[in-house]
Ligand binder design. Structure first.
Ligand code: NAD
Ligand code: AHE
Ligand code: ZN
Length: 370
């Protein structure tokens, strides 16, 4: 069948809108009509060429919501008409990791996903005489896409696609990092580095669990107002206090250091600040940001010897098919705010504007509707 899609032909170039051929779903696969997709900083990261797994030409996008249109042989859990959110972290419930219940990092299709291919090692997308790579197993910048059944969360039918698409990455990553990875406790002092589409969801997660101080750190002061609306109690701008004084500023605000810090920037220098801003003896720092291929983190081992914990999270530690439908319920019940974070909505033809707004620091989340 034909589909309109935004194609990344090569790193660093704007996306172009094309009519592509989409091959039907094979065994265990599902054809989904994407109704809306968010644009996450990770899409921009891969488009920049800094992602070691970035392959071109590709159809990017991993933050979508849509409707099942066709199922391949052997698909038993989904049927045409079901509303779904694609999962770049699938949940097969059969691999060693899923069965362990210790992590959400399902391994069943990770190898081919990282190569931009479906689990059988081929692509379902074709344009201008060549196969087009999938991206993060989702490729939500195409109106029609194909995913394995294990990479789709079925969600309630009354939830608006142009809002719940954000649960496909940013909302779940931020709130999940607090709930599932950090296990932040009521009364904790929390610091969030980077007040963008992820960091603001960390802030609303921290407020949900009853954190005490919620300190936001960003070099863009324009982000502070929205952060305050979502629960930020204090703001630190490294450009005002001096980059080398950020840790001291946080120690002053938290009586010696934070219980939890979250990096939502992808900057390895910021990751170090986040670790060192943790309280001696028990503070935990969670890395969410994705750093360029080849970048490394460093700190004095003494920071760990003296009881700080450095950990990371993908998709907020959420198990997609289990946790995502519940997060959609939270949104529909008014327990979380998504609407105010979606600052821009646009048609597919204007998708490059979403990247411009992000790079200019003018948006929180842009959503493309089909
Ligand atoms: P964004 O562009 O919306 O927000 C980034 C924010 O960081 C901006 O407000 C920017 O001003 C701020 N910032 C940049 N440099 C800074 C610095 N030196 N100090 C303080 N603040 C700084 O991006 P986003 O969509 O929120 O994504 C944030 C990061 O999270 C990206 O690296 C993205 O790839 C990553 N991410 C990871 C996961 C995961 O599962 N681990 C999921 C989604 C996104
Ligand atoms: N391909 C990158 C890794 C990028 C990365 O860490 N992705 C996160 C999700 S970011 C969503 O916006 C993730 O899920 N990581 C776990 C995984 O298995 O990919 C690189 O650096 O190679
Ligand atoms: Zn993302």
């Amino acid at each position: 069948m034909k589909s309109r899609a935004a194609i990344a032909w090569k790193a660093g170039a704007p996306l172009t809108i094309e009519t592509i051929d989409v091959r039907g779903p094979k065994a265990g696969e599902v054809l989904v009509e994407i109704m809306a997709t968010g644009v996450c900083h990770t899409d921009a990261y891969t488009l920049s060429g800094l992602d070691s797994e970035g392959r071109f030409p590709a159809i990017l996008g991993h933050e979508g919501a849509g409707i099942v249109r066709e199922v391949g042989p052997g698909v038993s859990g989904l049927k045409p008409g079901d509303h779904v959110i694609p999962l770049y972290t699938p949940e097969c419930r059969e691999c060693k990791t899923c069965l362990s219940q210790r992590s959400n990092l399902c391994t069943s299709i990770r190898a081919t996903q990282g190569q931009g291919l479906m689990p059988d090692g081929t692509s379902r997308f074709f344009c201008e005489g060549e196969d087009i790579f999938h991206y993060m197993g989702c490729s939500t910048f195409s109106n029609f896409t194909v995913l394995p059944e294990i990479a789709l969360a079925r969600v309630r039918q009354d939830a608006p696609f142009d809002k719940i698409c954000y649960i496909g990455c940013g909302v779940t990553t931020g709130i999940g990092a607090v709930l599932y990875t950090g296990k932040v406790w009521p009364g904790a002092n929390v610091v969030v580095f980077g007040l963008g589409g992820i960091g603001l969801n960390v802030i609303q997660g921290a407020r949900m669990v009853g954190a005490d101080k919620i300190i936001g750190v960003d070099i863009n002061p324009d982000k502070a107002a929205m952060a305050a609306k979502f629960g930020m109690t204090d703001f630190v701008n490294p450009k005002d206090v001096g980059n080398d004084k950020v840790v001291a500023a946080i120690q002053d605000l938290t009586d010696g250091g934070a219980d939890f810090t979250f990096d939502c920037t992808g900057n390895v220098g910021v990751m170090r600040q986040a670790l060192e801003a943790c309280h001696r003896g028990w503070g935990t720092s969670v890395v969410i940001g994705v750093a360029p291929a080849g970048a490394e983190i460093s700190t004095r081992p003494f920071q760990l010897v003296t009881g700080r914990t450095w950990k990371g999270t993908a998709f907020g530690g959420a198990r997609g098919r289990t946790d995502v439908p519940r997060i959609v319920d939270w949104y529909m019940e008014g327990k979380i705010n998504i609407d105010d974070l979606i600052t821009h909505t646009m048609p597919l033809d204007e998708i490059n504007t979403a990247f411009d707004l992000m790079h200019d620091g003018k948006s929180i989340r842009s959503v493309v509707t089909f």
